[in-house]
Design a protein around this ligand. Structure first.
Ligand code: 4NP
Length: 184
């Protein structure tokens, strides 16, 4: 658990637990590697263990270079080997995402800063919690590293970190929904 994000995580999770549905937006730079993979991993966890009618999951990029594109072929290949089919089409983050989603999850500090700038108010900015808040393997990572200029191991690392974080995010929300007081 990344202590630097603990306060932001707690505040966001406490708010989400009181809502009827969970609407999560994963964000990276291009929306073709990390965030669509997070989206696919989270959807698989919800489909297997949760009530998919109560979860709305999406992803977006802070940049618009890849709008309309499928995820990067390398990301799709590595994800498919673990059973995740990534079919998302890239889109850029928009201001209305801050109304449409309850939790906005940047992959790294640069995505975090860009989202903070884009947030229409400080209250809405509290919806932003970096993915590293839920990483507890490879604790030297305070972010999910961009695999774009890396080899196969970069994509495998991203999937390892995302599986860890998505499972812990799912458990975090489910636990808070069942027993809100315990986590306060
Ligand atoms: P992502 O990776 O942010 O994980 O989707 C990247 C994809 C494309 C670029 C940068 C990062 N790019 O510069 O085109």
């Amino acid at each position: 658990m990344m202590d630097i994000y603990e306060k932001r995580r707690r505040r966001a999770i406490a708010r989400i637990a009181g809502l009827p549905a969970v609407k999560v937006l994963f964000v990276c730079l291009g929306n073709i590697c990390r965030s669509p993979a997070a989206h696919g991993v989270m959807q698989a966890i919800v489909d297997a263990h949760g009530d998919s009618a109560l979860w709305h999951i999406d992803s977006a990029g802070t940049g618009d270079y890849h709008t309309g594109d499928l995820p990067d072929r390398r990301m799709r290949v590595h994800a498919q080997r673990r059973g995740y089919s990534l079919t998302h089409r890239a889109r850029q983050v928009r201001e209305t995402d801050f109304d449409d989603f309850d939790l906005i999850v940047p992959m790294d500090a640069s995505n975090d800063r860009n989202l903070m700038r884009l947030a229409p108010s400080t209250e809405l900015a509290e919806k932003i919690v970096p993915m590293a808040a839920w990483i507890d393997i490879c604790t030297r990572y305070d972010h999910v590293p961009d695999p774009y200029y890396e080899g196969a191991e970069g994509f495998e690392l991203v999937l390892d970190l995302l599986e860890n974080a998505c499972n812990r995010l799912f458990d975090d929300i489910e636990r808070e929904k069942k027993a809100p007081a315990e986590n306060k």
